[in-house]
Design a protein around this ligand. Structure first.
Ligand code: ADP
Ligand code: MG
Ligand code: ZN
Length: 246
C-alpha cells in the first residue's frame, strides 16, 4: 500500500528584544557569562510579579500579520506547571486559551505544487533556562540567562505532506522573521517540534502521531521525518509494534 505522511509543526522563535518578557533583565544576546542576566523576577523569588514587555506584543502581532492571522483583541496568559531545574518558578507563563494570533496561512511551493499551510495560532511565552551536564565531574549546572527570554510559538495545522514542504516552510518563515526584525534566528533561536503520522493514500482519517521535540537544524528535522515516517509505515504494514501517541 502507498502511504502519505501528515505533519504539523510547533515552531519556537526567540525574539530580538532588548529585555526579557516580564522583567528588565537583558534579552537573548545580552549575557556574557552564565547567570549574568538574572533578577528576583526571572529566578522565581517569592512575591515577584511579571510586567509585560510591550515590544513582545508588537513583535508577536507583526508575526501574525505576516502569516495572515486574525489578531486577538482579547488575549490572556496561563501558567503551565512543570517541575524541572531549568524553570525556577516550576511553571511556564504561556498562552493556552486566548492566544494573541489565530487562523493564519502560508503558501509553500514544492514538487507537490503550491499548497496552503494553515496556522492554528501564534502565542507568546517565556523560554526556560539551560542545563549543562558535566559528565567528567558528574554534575549538572544551571544557567538562568535564557529563563524568561521571550518566545513566540507558531503552531501549524497538520497540513504538511512531505519533508520538502516542511523545510520550504521553515526557510520561508526564517527569512520573513529576520526581514521583519522579529528574530535573528541564529543557531538555536528557532526550535521545532515535529508532529508526524502516516495514513494510507486517499484516507481521510489521521493516524496516531508522535511528537519529536526541540530540533534546531533543518538537517536533523529532515532525518527525523524520514526515520519516523518509515517506523510508522513498518508498524502498520508489518505489525512490528503498536503505535501510541508519544
Ligand atoms: P496538543 O494540544 O495535544 O498539543 P494540537 O492539536 O495543538 O495538540 O496539535 C499539536 C500539533 O500537532 C499541531 O501542529 C498539529 O498540527 C499537529 N497534529 C495534530 N494531529 C496530528 C496528526 N494526526 N498527525 C500529525 N500532526 C498532527
Ligand atoms: Mg507541543
Ligand atoms: Zn530578570
Amino acid at each position: 500500500m502507498k502511504y502519505e505522511m501528515v505533519i504539523g509543526l510547533e515552531t519556537h522563535v526567540e525574539l530580538s528584544t532588548e529585555s526579557k518578557i516580564f522583567c528588565s533583565c537583558g534579552g537573548h544576546s545580552a549575557a556574557k557569562e552564565p547567570n549574568d542576566c538574572v533578577c528576583p523576577a526571572c529566578s522565581g523569588m517569592p512575591g515577584m510579579l511579571p510586567v509585560m514587555n510591550k515590544r513582545v506584543v508588537e513583535l508577536a502581532v507583526t508575526a501574525g500579520l505576516m502569516l495572515n492571522c486574525e489578531i486577538s483583541r482579547y488575549t490572556t496568559f496561563d501558567k503551565k506547571n512543570y517541575y524541572y531545574p531549568d524553570l525556577p518558578c516550576a511553571y511556564q507563563i504561556t498562552q493556552l486559551n486566548h492566544p494573541i494570533c489565530t487562523d493564519g496561512c502560508v503558501s509553500v511551493k514544492t514538487s507537490l505544487g503550491e499548497r496552503d499551510i494553515r496556522i492554528k495560532q501564534i502565542h507568546m511565552e517565556e523560554d526556560a533556562g539551560k542545563l549543562v551536564h558535566d559528565d567528567a565531574t558528574n554534575t549538572s549546572l544551571v544557567d538562568y540567562n535564557r529563563t524568561s527570554v521571550p518566545l513566540i510559538e507558531i503552531v501549524s495545522r497538520p497540513d504538511f505532506r512531505s519533508s520538502e514542504e516542511v523545510i520550504t516552510y521553515l526557510k520561508k518563515l526564517k527569512s520573513s522573521l529576520q526581514f521583519a526584525g522579529i528574530s535573528e534566528c541564529e543557531e538555536g533561536a528557532m526550535r521545532c517540534d515535529v508532529n508526524i503520522s502516516v495514513r494510507p493514500e486517499g484516507s481521510e482519517e489521521f493516524g496516531v502521531r508522535t511528537e519529536i521535540k526541540n530540533m534546531s537544524s533543518f538537517e536533523a528535522i529532515e532525518k527525523a521525518i524520514r526515520y519516523e515516517s518509515q517506523r510508522h509505515i513498518d508498524a502498520i504494514e508489518f505489525e512490528t509494534e503498536e503505535l501510541v501517541q508519544e
